[in-house]
Ligand binder design. Structure first.
Ligand code: PLP
Length: 363
């Protein structure tokens, strides 16, 4: 029997193949490889999807974070507050602006940035607060907005997510279209969305050598444009994203039923209509998580861990001077979390195999 994959990008591609190939032919025929109508159209379409006035396509999600931070004024001498429990790129983007990352712990229920801890970390040098909408669940708006400094949302895992009917809430948000994300390109891509015309203009300048008009360079920028062929892929997939997010929700509900009562397994807290389940993350307690993951792989079930080492324990961030006990919630979670196979096209039979394997190992 073939393994249950962690994600199945081929299944998604099969749904958009005709449109993508037709779009590639159109771009190749026009030899419009940089910028052009597909990038403009995707930016309009994604802004509408995200409920924001402006979308600026960039080369990847890490650049999206960095350019958004720079637009907010982060740089040498300033600080940026972000969670210890995130993909390293969130912290890397802060460092690349010259600002100092100020890490805070997670709250234990959803493992999102703890607002009370963030409040303590905010100071006079804070240029931005960066809640990360981890696993597809939005962090709550009010507790971060009321802290004062501008909020940059790391929305790489939360495309289409809402909370109490509301979507993105910060001054600006950054997202990634890395292939495995809910909206995934066929290579690297990312975007910044914002309601502010001024922030959007700054990001537009930054992504293209500080220039809006050819050979006039207003500021020092980067080459971080959204690739035109990726824009073609993203336009085709964006048309399906709401439906695909719905399928993820159905799959999450099915896991909740299938995995009910498995000993030593804590399921993610149930969520309403608004979670987009980029990842379905369970916690393994009383057993070695890596051993469980290894045995699952032996039974043909491929899982992931997001993320096994929190930012403060990464060698690259040793200079911040943190010890392992500084962020106990994030550190404890890192040893227990396990991401089960999750993608829109996952079948009931595949999920039943995941559940049967978990019961066999843990039951
Ligand atoms: C994927 C991801 C990023 C980085 O995106 P890239 O496109 O890979 O640069 C940043 N933050 C989070 C939370 C992510 O999941």
């Amino acid at each position: 029997m073939v393994d249950v994959p962690f994600v199945d990008l081929a299944a998604a591609h099969a749904e958009v193949e005709e449109e993508v190939l037709a779009g590639f032919r159109r771009v190749l025929a026009a030899t419009a490889f940089v910028q052009g109508p597909d990038v403009d159209a995707f930016e309009r379409e994604y802004a509408a999807f995200a409920g924001a006035a402006h979308c600026v396509g960039v080369a990847n999600g890490t650049d999206a974070l960095e350019l958004a931070l720079r637009a907010l004024g982060a740089g040498p001498g300033s600080e940026v507050v972000l969670p210890a429990n995130t993909f390293v790129a969130t912290a890397e983007a802060v460092v690349r602006t010259g600002a100092r990352p100020v890490l805070v712990d997670a709250e234990p229920e959803h493992l999102l940035m703890d607002p009370a801890a963030a409040a303590k970390a905010v100071g006079p040098a804070t240029a931005a607060i960066v809640p990360v909408h981890l696993y597809g669940r939005l962090a709550p708006a009010a507790p971060f907005l009321e802290l004062g400094p501008p909020v940059l949302e790391d929305a790489a895992q939360s495309q289409g997510a809402r909370i109490a009917g509301e979507g993105l809430f910060g001054a600006i948000a950054a997202t990634s279209f890395y292939p495995g994300k809910n909206l995934g390109a066929y290579g690297d891509a990312g975007a910044v969305v914002t309601g502010s015309a001024e922030l959007a203009r700054t990001v537009r300048l930054l992504r293209d050598h500080g220039s809006e008009r050819k050979y006039r360079h207003e500021i020092i920028g980067f080459n971080s444009r959204l690739d035109t062929l990726q824009a073609v892929v993203l336009r085709a997939k964006l048309r399906r994203l709401a439906a695909w997010n719905g399928l993820r929700r159905a799959a999450a509900a099915r896991y909740a039923e299938l995995l009910d009562g498995v000993p030593g397994l804590t399921l993610p807290a149930p969520a309403g209509e608004e979670h987009v389940w980029h990842l379905y993350v369970v916690r393994v307690t009383g057993r070695d998580r890596d051993e469980v993951a290894g045995r699952l792989a032996g039974l043909g079930v491929r899982c992931g861990v997001h993320y096994p080492v929190p930012v403060h324990m990464q060698p690259a961030f040793r200079y911040l001077g943190h010890g392992p006990g500084d962020f106990p919630v994030a550190a404890a979670a890192a040893g227990e979390i396990l991401s089960l196979p999750m993608f829109p096209q996952i079948t009931a039979a595949q999920q039943e195999r995941v559940a049967a394997a978990l019961r066999k190992i843990l039951g």
